[in-house]
Design a protein around this ligand. Structure first.
Ligand code: SF4
Ligand code: SF4
Length: 137
Protein backbone atom coordinates (compact mmCIF):
# COMPACT_ATOMS: atom_id res chain seq x y z
CA UNK A 1 0.00 0.00 0.00
CA UNK A 2 1.57 3.23 -1.07
CA UNK A 3 -0.44 5.90 0.76
CA UNK A 4 -0.65 6.71 4.46
CA UNK A 5 -4.02 5.35 5.53
CA UNK A 6 -6.29 2.57 4.31
CA UNK A 7 -8.92 5.15 3.34
CA UNK A 8 -6.54 7.23 1.22
CA UNK A 9 -5.13 4.13 -0.43
CA UNK A 10 -8.63 2.77 -1.05
CA UNK A 11 -9.62 6.10 -2.60
CA UNK A 12 -6.64 5.94 -4.97
CA UNK A 13 -7.46 2.38 -6.03
CA UNK A 14 -11.22 2.87 -6.30
CA UNK A 15 -10.76 5.90 -8.53
CA UNK A 16 -8.71 3.76 -10.92
CA UNK A 17 -11.43 1.09 -10.88
CA UNK A 18 -14.09 3.68 -11.51
CA UNK A 19 -12.29 4.67 -14.69
CA UNK A 20 -11.68 1.05 -15.75
CA UNK A 21 -14.94 -0.70 -14.76
CA UNK A 22 -13.83 -4.05 -16.14
CA UNK A 23 -15.12 -5.83 -13.02
CA UNK A 24 -18.57 -4.24 -13.10
CA UNK A 25 -20.46 -7.54 -13.03
CA UNK A 26 -18.40 -9.24 -10.34
CA UNK A 27 -20.19 -8.09 -7.20
CA UNK A 28 -22.20 -5.25 -5.72
CA UNK A 29 -19.10 -3.14 -4.99
CA UNK A 30 -18.62 -2.12 -8.62
CA UNK A 31 -22.20 -1.01 -9.47
CA UNK A 32 -22.26 0.97 -6.20
CA UNK A 33 -18.90 2.52 -7.09
CA UNK A 34 -20.08 3.71 -10.49
CA UNK A 35 -22.74 5.91 -8.88
CA UNK A 36 -20.05 8.23 -7.53
CA UNK A 37 -17.46 10.47 -9.13
CA UNK A 38 -15.61 11.20 -5.90
CA UNK A 39 -15.44 9.14 -2.75
CA UNK A 40 -15.88 10.49 0.75
CA UNK A 41 -14.67 8.37 3.67
CA UNK A 42 -18.23 7.12 4.27
CA UNK A 43 -18.57 6.04 0.62
CA UNK A 44 -15.38 3.99 0.91
CA UNK A 45 -16.56 2.39 4.15
CA UNK A 46 -19.83 1.49 2.44
CA UNK A 47 -18.02 -0.08 -0.52
CA UNK A 48 -15.65 -1.96 1.78
CA UNK A 49 -18.57 -3.51 3.63
CA UNK A 50 -20.16 -4.66 0.36
CA UNK A 51 -17.02 -6.64 -0.49
CA UNK A 52 -17.04 -10.31 0.55
CA UNK A 53 -13.35 -10.78 -0.24
CA UNK A 54 -13.80 -13.33 -3.04
CA UNK A 55 -10.65 -11.93 -4.74
CA UNK A 56 -12.26 -12.26 -8.19
CA UNK A 57 -11.35 -8.70 -9.11
CA UNK A 58 -7.75 -9.17 -7.97
CA UNK A 59 -7.19 -12.17 -10.23
CA UNK A 60 -8.85 -10.40 -13.17
CA UNK A 61 -7.08 -7.10 -12.80
CA UNK A 62 -4.43 -6.00 -15.27
CA UNK A 63 -3.19 -3.36 -12.81
CA UNK A 64 -1.94 -5.55 -9.97
CA UNK A 65 1.81 -5.65 -9.24
CA UNK A 66 4.19 -5.50 -11.02
CA UNK A 67 2.10 -2.82 -12.74
CA UNK A 68 2.89 0.58 -11.24
CA UNK A 69 -0.73 1.07 -10.14
CA UNK A 70 -0.23 -1.89 -7.74
CA UNK A 71 -3.94 -2.50 -7.25
CA UNK A 72 -5.17 -4.95 -4.67
CA UNK A 73 -8.81 -4.11 -4.13
CA UNK A 74 -9.68 -7.04 -1.80
CA UNK A 75 -6.75 -6.23 0.49
CA UNK A 76 -7.37 -2.52 0.73
CA UNK A 77 -11.12 -2.97 1.22
CA UNK A 78 -10.41 -5.51 3.96
CA UNK A 79 -8.26 -2.91 5.73
CA UNK A 80 -10.97 -0.26 5.42
CA UNK A 81 -13.57 -2.75 6.63
CA UNK A 82 -11.53 -3.76 9.65
CA UNK A 83 -10.84 -0.12 10.44
CA UNK A 84 -14.56 0.70 10.19
CA UNK A 85 -15.49 -2.11 12.55
CA UNK A 86 -12.97 -0.86 15.09
CA UNK A 87 -14.23 2.72 14.81
CA UNK A 88 -17.95 2.15 14.57
CA UNK A 89 -18.74 -0.92 16.66
CA UNK A 90 -19.48 -0.18 20.28
CA UNK A 91 -18.62 -0.20 23.02
CA UNK A 92 -15.22 0.93 21.74
CA UNK A 93 -13.24 -0.74 24.50
CA UNK A 94 -14.58 -4.14 23.41
CA UNK A 95 -14.03 -3.43 19.71
CA UNK A 96 -10.33 -2.77 20.26
CA UNK A 97 -9.91 -5.61 22.74
CA UNK A 98 -11.60 -8.05 20.39
CA UNK A 99 -9.30 -7.01 17.56
CA UNK A 100 -6.21 -7.61 19.73
CA UNK A 101 -7.33 -10.83 21.42
CA UNK A 102 -10.40 -12.06 19.57
CA UNK A 103 -9.62 -15.77 19.89
CA UNK A 104 -8.97 -15.54 23.63
CA UNK A 105 -12.17 -13.55 24.24
CA UNK A 106 -14.23 -15.94 22.12
CA UNK A 107 -12.74 -18.89 23.98
CA UNK A 108 -13.51 -17.29 27.34
CA UNK A 109 -17.08 -16.55 26.31
CA UNK A 110 -17.53 -20.12 25.11
CA UNK A 111 -16.19 -21.53 28.40
CA UNK A 112 -18.56 -19.32 30.41
CA UNK A 113 -21.56 -20.42 28.37
CA UNK A 114 -20.57 -24.03 28.79
CA UNK A 115 -20.07 -23.63 32.54
CA UNK A 116 -23.42 -21.84 32.86
CA UNK A 117 -25.51 -24.67 31.45
CA UNK A 118 -23.18 -27.52 32.48
CA UNK A 119 -23.21 -29.01 29.01
CA UNK A 120 -20.53 -31.09 27.41
CA UNK A 121 -18.98 -29.28 24.50
CA UNK A 122 -19.24 -31.09 21.18
CA UNK A 123 -18.51 -28.33 18.66
CA UNK A 124 -19.50 -30.32 15.58
CA UNK A 125 -22.93 -31.06 17.06
CA UNK A 126 -23.60 -27.74 18.74
CA UNK A 127 -26.02 -25.56 16.81
CA UNK A 128 -25.97 -22.72 19.31
CA UNK A 129 -22.21 -22.19 19.52
CA UNK A 130 -20.91 -24.11 16.52
CA UNK A 131 -19.52 -21.14 14.63
CA UNK A 132 -17.73 -19.78 17.67
CA UNK A 133 -16.28 -23.15 18.61
CA UNK A 134 -15.09 -23.91 15.11
CA UNK A 135 -13.37 -20.54 15.05
CA UNK A 136 -11.35 -21.31 18.18
CA UNK A 137 -10.87 -25.05 17.67
S1 SF4 B 1 -9.92 -4.33 -10.21
FE1 SF4 B 1 -8.64 -3.83 -12.00
S2 SF4 B 1 -9.73 -4.72 -13.75
FE2 SF4 B 1 -11.19 -4.58 -12.05
S3 SF4 B 1 -12.24 -2.61 -12.32
FE3 SF4 B 1 -10.51 -2.28 -10.93
S4 SF4 B 1 -8.85 -1.61 -12.26
FE4 SF4 B 1 -10.37 -2.58 -13.57
S1 SF4 C 1 -12.90 -9.14 -3.80
FE1 SF4 C 1 -14.56 -7.80 -3.14
S2 SF4 C 1 -14.59 -6.12 -4.63
FE2 SF4 C 1 -13.42 -7.82 -5.56
S3 SF4 C 1 -14.93 -8.99 -6.79
FE3 SF4 C 1 -14.79 -9.95 -4.75
S4 SF4 C 1 -16.43 -9.00 -3.54
FE4 SF4 C 1 -16.06 -7.69 -5.33
Amino acid sequence: MSLDTPLSEARRQIEICNACRYCEGFCSVFPAMTREKSFADGDLTHLANLCHNCRGCYYSCQYTEPHEFALNIPAVLAEVRQDSWERLVGPQVFAKAFHRSGVAIAGGACDRLRAADGSDCIPAACERRGVLCRAIA
